[in-house]
Design a protein around this ligand. Sequence first.
Ligand SMILES: NCc1[nH]cc(CCC(=O)O)c1CC(=O)O
Length: 315
Amino acid sequence: MRTIIVGTRQSALALTQTGQAVEKLQQLADSFGIECRFEIKKIVTKGDRILDVTLSKVGGKGLFVKEIEQALLDGDIDMAVHSMKDMPFELPEGLIVGAVPEREDPRDALITRGPRSLDELPQGALVGTSSLRRASQLQHARPDLRIESVRGNIDSRLRKLDEDNFDAILLASAGIHRMGWQDRISAYLPPEVCLPAVGQGALCIECRADDSFMLELLGKFQHEPTALAVRAERAFLGRLNGGCQVPLGAYASVSEGSSGPDAPLLTLTGMVGTPDGKTMLKETATGSDPEALGLLIADKLIAQGADRILADVRE
Ligand SMILES: NCc1[nH]cc(CCC(=O)O)c1CC(=O)O
């Protein structure tokens, strides 16, 4: 009987989604006659220690994952449950994505104290978000809105909506759904209005590349359409050298009616915008090779000046 130590951040969302993943994994292990039990170990990351600082000012990639990856490499834990959107493009030598489970809702959610849609927000309403990607698309759709930074875990951001006189905040609906707080959501922003972050709504289960026991178990948790979509989005991210701190979004899905097992068709949309929303570059294409599709969309945006926009933001 192997005891699998599972590393996670200690935020309410991280603990909830790790608990949900472990529950599924235990069911899978039991049904395949794999003998194991799980223990959860909380790890504090740099991102958790500096929750009050704007992420784009902190810089650095992998703020929420580095310490957890070190624990994997040190053998202190055997697997880690991350939000895919917090994952840097490159994994350290010796670690591997063991599973990408089925994606939750990828859309951003609008949470208000009254109005039920973006259109209903009054002129000049104050919206809280620290994401340049959300700010850019929000200002593009509604140039009159005022945007102010709000950081913290989702529970503290919801509290700040109530206490700090914001008219609305934007959060990933996946996190809210996982917490069971869907009745707080006023409206879902469709990808045409607000393209999600790369990997938003998906989880990344990471383990050591040489741990064949873990790899066999995690293989049963993999959701192939989600894994393919995330590969396309992350290829786009890698080409643009992006992270969650830059105004960049992408969303891929396996097209309906193309579920042939050999070469499912993916549709990928990518965007890069200026933080003020005045320039909004967006491209969509379809293909069966996720990496090629990600690079294609990135190159189309680079040809229109995406590099320049991202370089300006990084300064
Ligand atoms: N950047 C923090 C973060 N990382 C993952 C999620 C939400 C859940 C997800 O996308 O899987 C959030 C919070 C948010 O953006 O609202």
